[in-house]
Design a binder for this molecule. Structure first.
Ligand code: MN
Length: 131
């Protein structure tokens, strides 16, 4: 298990290539990953597994990531869960929109295998006040 975080990661991502890439990267760094392919599936899984961290794609069919983040924040069991938006939206204001919806932080796509884990861990550390 990597140093900065205990517990499982829930990955909510509809794109198969990104699911594969992120699962590979996270597993390689010692993290345990559970995958959901849609917002409703992710919310259902989160309510039973109480993940330490949720990696949340914003561009999801049907229920988008902002709506998913808001739903996750309604669950008391997820108070300490770090929610990181992972999105290719590069419009001004999208970061603020993600934070307003309840996300802890924001990582831009395309996913860079060289930096993704560090960026993710930095957001966790900042959230825990140990940066
Ligand atoms: Mn997507």
């Amino acid at each position: 298990m990597a140093g900065v975080m205990r517990g499982k990661i829930l990955l909510i991502e509809d794109n198969e290539h990104n699911r594969y890439l992120l699962t590979f990267l996270l597993t390689q760094h010692g993290y345990e990953v559970v995958v959901a392919e849609s917002g409703p599936e992710g919310i259902a899984i989160a309510s039973t597994m109480a993940p330490a961290l949720v990696l949340l794609d914003i561009q999801l069919p049907g229920m988008d990531g902002y709506a998913v983040a808001r739903e996750l924040r309604l669950q008391e069991a997820l108070t300490d869960t770090v929610v990181v938006a992972v999105t290719s939206y590069a419009m001004p204001g999208d970061r603020e929109k993600a934070l307003e919806a309840g996300c802890t932080g924001y990582i831009e796509k395309p996913i860079d295998p060289e930096t993704f884990i560090l960026e993710m861990e930095r957001i966790v550390q900042t959230a825990r006040g140990i940066a």
